[in-house]
Design a protein around this ligand. Structure first.
Ligand SMILES: [Zn+2]
Length: 357
């Protein structure tokens, strides 16, 4: 038997989460440099500085991550003497800023801590970075980075971020449950995979229970219990699940029809620029459930999507059945559906899609 480690990042959540910084980061040294997005750093700067005041910790600079989560942007930061001299990196912002800071931490072999300022994805707690080219096109996934030393989820900052992030984050997050549980169906799994699959249920339930209220509270700028539960689901649970189900098996269980549909539709001119990933993926789960023949779950999710204004038909995402048919080869070739409990066919997909026009 070979040895292996599973490392899941810890977190602090609440409107004063940053107050925990000295206690959680002091073992890494005394100098931290912040790498983040412009709006994110503006929202977090004062709180970060207040949190380290009267502590041995100093924040040496606030640096913009660049324009994309790209190797080229990371390289600029890696050459910065302030970054080189830092004992640790604070990644502040959304997915792209966080992933860029993670790349810098990986290359310079420094510990990093994450400060998500929107509830839109799990970049803050996962060990994967999604890398783009400087022109914004997708480049590759970088797996098996060290995970964050700690995740600081300030719900007050998240409550004041634009609501669209949370809205789309909900669709992308509940997809994790449907995709992981269907991919792993009827399999006997070893410890960490079984844990990940069981835990994936928590990518769905809190969102269905609290999502509608959380969206309303985000609109009103209120850091409520419901918003906190949804933010944790999107930022933390999804990251933990993805770290467990990808470990040693790469992407095997970590995808499904919902993501394959989104990536296939991106072959249509202009689709990518006019659609939000999590919104289409959230709709794609309905297609996946109809293909799967799970009427009860389909009805439940369709009703939830309607309540929070996520799409329930192809018409709502501006796609005809002919357009769908034209990208089916690409959908079936996607690595997201490589590992599936049964053989997916074009006929199956089109028959299901006909119910969702
Ligand atoms: Zn996604």
């Amino acid at each position: 038997m070979t040895n292996y480690s599973i490392i899941i990042p810890s977190y602090t959540v609440g409107p004063e989460a940053y107050k925990e910084i000295p206690r959680r980061c002091a073992h890494c040294g005394t100098n931290a440099v912040v790498i983040g997005g412009q709006k994110a750093m503006a929202a977090a700067k004062e709180k970060l500085l207040a949190a380290v005041a009267d502590s041995p910790l100093t924040i040496t600079d606030f640096l913009l991550y660049g324009t994309e989560a790209a190797y080229e942007c990371a390289a600029v930061l890696e050459e910065n003497p302030v970054v080189q001299a830092a004992d640790m990196i604070f990644a502040v912002g959304g997915g792209k800023a966080t992933d860029t800071a993670k790349l810098v931490a990986l290359h310079l072999e420094k510990p990093y801590f994450t400060f998500p300022t929107i509830a839109s994805n799990c970049a803050a707690s996962s060990s994967v970075a999604i890398i783009y080219n400087p022109d914004g096109t997708f480049r590759e996934f970088v797996h098996f980075l060290d995970s964050a030393g700690h995740v600081f989820v300030d719900t007050d900052i998240i409550a004041h971020a634009p609501c669209e992030y949370l809205w789309a984050g909900i669709g992308d997050t509940y997809a994790k449950y449907y995709e992981v549980s269907i991919s792993a169906r009827n399999e006997t799994l070893e410890h960490f995979l079984a844990m990940g699959v069981m835990m994936s249920r928590m990518c769905l339930e809190p969102l269905v229970n609290f999502g509608e209220k959380a969206i309303a509270d985000n609109r009103a700028g209120i850091a409520s219990y419901e918003l906190e539960q949804c933010a944790l689901t999107i930022i933390i649970t999804t990251g933990w699940v993805s770290m467990l189900v990808t470990r040693r098996h790469n992407m095997l269980y970590n995808g499904g029809v919902a993501h394959a549909l989104f990536y296939a539709l991106c072959n249509l001119p202009g689709f990518d620029e006019t659609h939000i990933h999590g919104v289409v993926v959230g709709f794609g789960c309905l297609l996946q459930l109809v293909i799967d023949g799970d009427e009860e779950e389909y009805n439940r999710l369709r009703d939830f999507n309607k309540r929070i204004c996520l799409p329930v038909t192809f018409t709502e995402i501006g796609i005809t059945l002919d357009q769908l048919e034209s990208v089916l080869d690409s959908l079936l070739a996607d690595e997201d559906v490589e590992h599936y409990p049964y053989q997916l066919t074009k006929e199956m997909i089109m028959k299901a899609a006909a119910r969702l026009v």
